[in-house]
Design a protein around this ligand. Structure first.
Ligand SMILES: [Mg+2]
Length: 221
């Protein structure tokens, strides 16, 4: 998809419901950043007799049956939908995320921006986050996130931070909002180790302590 991509109408509609604010903003992804995703997906795959072929950062071509035959691309979407329908209410928080976000929320607004298949899962996702002490606005989106982050940042004079595990989303925000502080976060140690380093990213980490320290420094500059 050509960047910069505009925000989707449905995403903008949700963003318009948020209070306007001139505070710094932290836009945080959910899957594999605030809540575990890969570890739960692995358990889901196992229950279906499937497994990851490698720790490369991709789903298509990287999920296979016991004989090692990769799942066709057109079956991945259905697989993910089933995963979210059965796991959204019980995904576990990434270690340190609730505490770091709680402390950062004293100096910045926190907004979750999540590409969650199935609009019907949105309230469940917000409830799960809230149960784990992460009660911040949840905006659902589809596809690249640049347009949505630009809309969230509009009218704010202060720093805007974007945290995501997806290289596609980070590049989208990088293209759309030039002065955004970019944090590439992957909770799973194995997938973090093999993830690409993206040029221009300000911090790449699997540690919420490092995220909090870095953002705190940016906010006090
Ligand atoms: Mg994610």
């Amino acid at each position: 998809m050509a960047e910069p991509t505009p925000a989707l109408a449905e995403t903008l509609r949700q963003i318009e419901t948020l209070d306007t604010s001139e505070r710094p903003l932290v836009v945080c992804d959910v899957d594999e950043v605030a809540l575990h995703f890969i570890a739960h997906l692995e358990e889901h795959l196992e229950s279906l007799g499937l497994a990851f072929l490698s720790h490369d950062y991709k789903l298509t071509g990287n999920i296979a049956d016991r004989n090692g035959a990769p799942l066709p691309a057109d079956e991945i979407k259905g697989l993910l939908q089933t995963f979210f329908d059965t796991w959204t209410h019980r995904q576990q928080p990434v270690e340190g995320a609730p505490q770091a976000l709680r402390r950062l929320s004293q100096d910045a607004d926190i907004v979750f921006l999540t590409n969650l298949p199935g609009a019907w899962n949105r309230d469940t996702r917000a409830r799960t986050l809230s149960q784990h002490d992460m009660q911040y606005p949840v905006i659902t989106n589809t596809g690249p996130k640049g347009g949505a982050v630009a809309a969230l940042a509009a009218g704010r004079p202060g720093p805007v931070v974007f945290i995501d595990d997806s290289p596609q989303n980070i590049r989208s925000v990088q293209t759309t909002l030039a002065d955004c502080i970019l944090i590439h976060f992957v909770a799973d140690k194995r997938f973090f180790a093999t993830s690409d380093t993206i040029a221009g990213v300000h911090l790449k980490t699997d540690d919420w302590g490092a995220v909090e320290a870095y953002i705190s420094r940016c906010l006090s500059d």
